[in-house]
Design a protein around this ligand. Structure first.
Ligand code: PGA
Length: 252
């Protein structure tokens, strides 16, 4: 596992965008696993800027989002479809037919999950999976005590996640209780994984993910076993790591 600690959120966003841009330059038909939340907003902004400034070309890229709330349709302003349009897809040239986000209104949720994993396989697997991390160390909506062997599946959100995400909704009661999420197995099958962590409230989760024991109680800890995982943390998110990890780039 590699850890890159940046001085600021802006630098974190630039570091993440550089990795994504490099991936696309090296393999224009890359399959990207995308994530939502406050943390990746800066990265998407930088990628849009690179697209506009020097024509970074997404026309051959295929994308699969990590998760989606159950009960929210693509047009719902709180849906992750809407997030992705607003922060990224509206401004770059990813072809609509190459965009995949789980259907939050699927009648047959199990079928939707199976079809999602099959579509990832049919696309050749994910080259680069982007992740955020929850305060409880979730990745995607894989909450503590997740089954590591699960592929894409229906999940119940933790109370802590519902509270954290309430800021995007009118109030806590409006936050959906269920979601479809890529499972840990789906994430671990990606050839390369980059996790972004920003802010003090993520510091404990980062510490447990990087230095704690690998355990379903800390879903992100599984990345210690991934062949090519990078954590990009700003100085606040890295603040509980040993001093030597608080600046620059390190292999752990
Ligand atoms: P955040 O969410 O970037 O909005 O903090 C990250 C996550 O829960 O995975």
């Amino acid at each position: 596992m590699r850890i890159i600690t940046t001085e600021s959120y802006d630098e974190l966003s630039m570091a993440a965008a550089s990795i994504v841009a490099g991936q696309i330059y090296l393999k224009p038909a890359s399959v990207l696993g995308l994530t939502t939340g406050s943390t990746p907003e800066g990265m998407y902004g930088k990628l849009v800027a690179v697209h506009k400034a020097i024509g970074l070309d997404f026309s051959k890229v295929t994308t699969f989002n990590l998760d989606a709330y159950l009960g929210l349709g693509a047009d719902d302003p709180q849906s992750y479809h809407h997030f992705m349009q607003k922060h990224f897809f509206d401004y770059v040239n990813v072809k609509p037919e190459n965009i995949h986000i789980p259907d939050g209104l699927a009648k047959d949720v199990t079928g939707e999950c199976r079809a999602y994993d099959a579509a990832i396989r049919a696309a050749g697997g994910i080259d680069l999976q982007l992740l955020g991390i929850g305060r409880n160390a979730h990745i995607g909506f894989n909450e503590p005590d997740v089954k590591f062997e699960a592929a894409t599946h229906k999940v119940r959100l933790d109370d802590e996640t519902i509270q954290a995400n309430a800021r995007f909704f009118e109030d806590e009661t409006a936050v959906p209780r269920y979601a479809i999420s890529m499972g840990i197995k789906t994430i671990m099958l990606a050839r390369r994984v980059v996790l972004l962590a920003s802010g003090w409230e993520k510091a404990d989760a980062v510490k447990r993910a990087v230095l704690g024991s690998v355990s379903p109680a800390t879903p992100a800890s599984i990345l210690q076993l991934h062949q090519d995982a990078t954590i990009i943390a700003d100085s606040a998110a890295a603040s509980l790591l040993p001093e030597k990890f608080q600046h620059g780039e390190h292999e752990i």
